[in-house]
Ligand binder design. Sequence first.
Ligand code: ARG
Length: 423
Amino acid sequence: MTDAADARPKLTASYLARPEEVHRVLLLYSGGLDTSVMLKWIQDEYDAEVVALTINLGQPGEDYDVVRGKAIDLGAVATEVIDAREEFARDFIAPAIRANAVYGLNYPLFTALGRPLIAKLAVDYARKHGCDTIAHGCTGKGNDQVRIEATVATLAPELKVIAPVRDWKMGREEEIAYAREHGIPIKGGAEATPYSIDDNLWGRSSEGKWIEELDHAPDDDVFQLVTRPEDAPDEPEIVTIGFERGVPVALNGERLGLVELLERTARIGCKHGVGIVDHIEDRIVGLKVRDIYEVPAAAIILPAHAELERLVGTIHQNQFKSDLDRQWGYLVYAGLWWEPLRENLDAFMESVNERVTGTIGLKLFKGSVRAVTRESPNAVYDASLATFETSGGLFSQEASPGFIELWSLQSRMAWRLRESQRS
Ligand code: ARG
């Protein structure tokens, strides 16, 4: 004998919501097409109330009053707009800088850093509003669903998740048709941005359209932030970034809070065409996908930090740390922000960065960034020893041959052994 409950499709994870469990939903609402369609669709499909949460992580050019108004028009029972830029910069970007965090060949992880914070705030506001379920607009093909759902399942086992965009079979055209039918306004016509965009203080990504064709060089209209390098000023500009304990605190000698420093550095980078990354990425869900990134702030601050860190670290610290940096970046990319190993690694990163204080000057010119000056009270550097003319102080040139003899001993023995066995 089967009853109706048995006939329902089986839920594939314990944290997913059964329809009858969904009464009040906290929706992560950006104001874009997907989440606007969701706002309406969830009310109809689940007969549930929707609370819309919109989070400002520094995405440029967003009008949050408009987003809030749209959520109310679409029937949200409550709306929250949260400026989380300070928290994002302090608790997510600063640790990423200390860990020189990139994934692949230069993706500075801005989306991967934003998602655990967004999901943590979703948990906080779901609890505040008595919601039973969190809804997000991720598809089933990306990393973001992993980052958000792993966070919710970790922090709030009592809350359930729905991911309508992953479940419904609507394509973009059908979503637009649904929006028209239900009076959901579509920003500036369907073609306003042909790309799928995600952005925050630390960078911006574009996906979709021709970006999926690997033999298609970037069309100019994808660069909405960074000036095309060929159009950047003909004169280079030198910027200085001052660090204290591994975190940027000053731009061109002026002390600034981290959010403002990141925003202003991004503006200078944009002007000089800095921070364009054309990236093929191994996603954790198995796919290889191409992304176009614009990361003007990260393209200046990460090399500055790495430069300073190498100056104050010993050869042994420097060799070792890059392995842990890579591990940190991979964990965060892979959606495991709350994994205890990340905290263990952070403790190491903080310990090394206690001495990462000083100033790096970088020359920006038509898309390139190059460190040109370095200064730190903690530099493990002595100009009088580095000069190759003299010997003295802690360094004795006469000692070098003896060092070479012992340093190469095992390699020489192994080489001779193999030579003698070859005949
Ligand atoms: N590929 C990058 C990542 O996995 C960027 C993702 C952008 N997300 C988006 N929903 N458009 O972190």
